[in-house]
Design a binder for this molecule. Structure first.
Ligand code: PLP
Length: 450
């Protein structure tokens, strides 16, 4: 059931078809290069793009900008203790700041870090400590059709193989990402979290939860894990997070703010280390790279994120969007995640090879046909992996309404109608850093063979 009405609005415009064609060409067929003014419905990411509540805007005005001992920080400490169950917090400018602070404190060169799937910035921060990030998803994680409830789970079997190969002494940290963002945002069960806790104890490792979408994950647990059928979402979230030794959090996701993040831990020694690193890289530990007002808004956002009405509105909106797309014949990854619908462009364009970037083609066609911006997460973003050719249509929190999604579905139908005539793309520029080429590389249509 819908849980919000609008109190402030932002004008959007659909550019004409000719303008969209011109914009695509000028952007080098890379939608990261578009100006937001050129986009009608922006589903590029759910990160920091949501709408704050009136209570958050009120908190913003009352934010305390004191360098040390800010009252807004105390509000954050209380919110993290109540909502997540951790007593020590180090605010950071966003999630990757938290990763730098925490993994810098925990890792040394040569370490190996298993995770159900490392998110890009997690992978990069672990590599930056000269440690080796290893993905341990379960087998069905990259199967778009398997109808299992917890496809985001951590594979203990794979993690044990990592121990076999490298030895427990080289694995000081085990990470679980909830929900599993890089595996189509799939949910992780509390039972799986308990097993990862046991595994971390067996090898004497620190257990870190990447909690970016902890509230969305708790909603899925309440719907799908029998043991928790009658539990409140707030209780589920506290229970699941409670198995970890430390959390990394991006406030831009389930913190319901536009910027911010933090590390949380009950380990006092680790907390001291994180504070020292925070002073070096972020700021004094009571503001840590955030404005006091943003800290205040995040404290309110964390509490709102575990409200039943918010989560039902949020997750059902995304689920409904996915169901609408599937109903018109768009191949979507199932089950739908909490923050995005993933479309299988490989299935949509079977005539295009991976080298012709079917996912990027779909992303561009959705813009051409309806001014919709999504993001490719297939061969263009992840060269040399055998992942499906997915396009992610991420849903900003509390931002779009049914009419917006109807428009996206109509746009997708228009692409479906011309699917056989669509041709591929090829790289037109050599990016400096191939690992992150999808942010900047330019493309061009493959010249037609006729
Ligand atoms: C977004 C995200 C991060 C990084 O957070 P930023 O706020 O973007 O720096 C880390 N892990 C996961 C799973 C994420 O989704």
């Amino acid at each position: 059931m819908v849980a919000y009405k609008s109190k402030m609005v932002e004008r959007i415009r659909l550019p004409s078809r000719e303008q969209r064609e011109r914009n695509l060409e000028a952007a080098g067929y890379n939608l990261f290069n578009l100006s937001s003014e050129e986009v009608f419905v922006d589903l590029l990411t759910d990160s920091g793009t949501g709408a704050m509540s009136d209570a958050q805007w009120a908190a913003l005005i009352r934010g305390d900008e004191s360098y040390a001992g800010s009252r807004s920080f105390e509000e954050l400490e209380e919110a993290v203790a109540d909502v997540m169950g951790f007593s020590n917090v180090v605010p950071t400018h966003q999630g990757r700041g938290a990763e730098n602070v925490l993994y810098g404190a925990l890792l040394s060169a040569g370490d190996v870090v298993p995770n159900n799937t490392h998110f890009d910035t997690t992978r990069a921060h672990i590599s930056n400590q000269d440690a080796d990030p290893v993905d341990c998803p379960i087998d069905v994680a990259h199967d778009p059709d398997a109808e299992e409830p917890f496809k985001g789970n951590f594979s203990l079997e794979r993690a044990r193989a990592v121990v076999e190969e490298h030895g427990a002494e080289r694995i000081p940290v085990v990470v679980q990402t909830i929900t599993n963002n890089s595996a189509a945002g799939q949910a992780v069960s509390v039972e799986n979290t308990r097993k990862v806790r046991e595994f971390a104890d067996e090898i004497d490792a620190t257990f870190v939860i990447d909690a970016c979408r902890f509230a969305e994950n708790a909603y899925f647990v309440s719907q799908r894990e029998e043991e928790f059928a009658d539990a409140s979402i707030a209780d589920i979230a506290r229970e699941q997070l409670g198995y970890a030794d430390a959390l990394v959090m991006s406030g831009k996701k389930d913190g319901l703010v536009n910027a911010g993040g933090f590390v949380a831990t009950d380990d006092d020694a680790l907390f001291e280390q994180c504070k020292q690193r925070a002073i070096l890289y972020e700021g004094f530990p009571t503001y840590g790279g955030m404005a006091g007002r943003d800290v205040a808004a995040m404290a309110v956002g964390l509490r709102e994120a575990v409200e039943d009405a918010y989560l039902e509105d949020r997750i059902e909106q995304v689920r409904e969007f996915g169901a609408q797309l599937a109903a018109v014949g768009v191949p979507v990854y199932t089950p739908t995640s909490g923050h995005a619908v993933y479309v299988d462009a490989g299935e949509l364009f079977p005539h295009l090879d991976a080298e012709e970037f079917p996912g990027q083609v779909l992303a561009c066609e959705l813009y051409r046909e309806g001014g919709v911006r999504g993001v490719e997460l297939g061969s263009f973003a992840f060269p040399d992996t055998d992942r499906p050719e997915l396009v992610r249509l991420a849903v900003p929190r509390r931002t779009y309404h049914r009419e917006h999604f109807d428009h996206v579905v109509e746009t997708a139908e228009a692409v479906l109608e011309k699917r056989e005539t669509v041709s591929g793309l090829q790289l037109a520029s050599d990016p400096v850093m191939p690992e992150i080429r999808h942010f900047t590389a330019e493309l061009e249509p493959v010249p037609s063979s006729q």
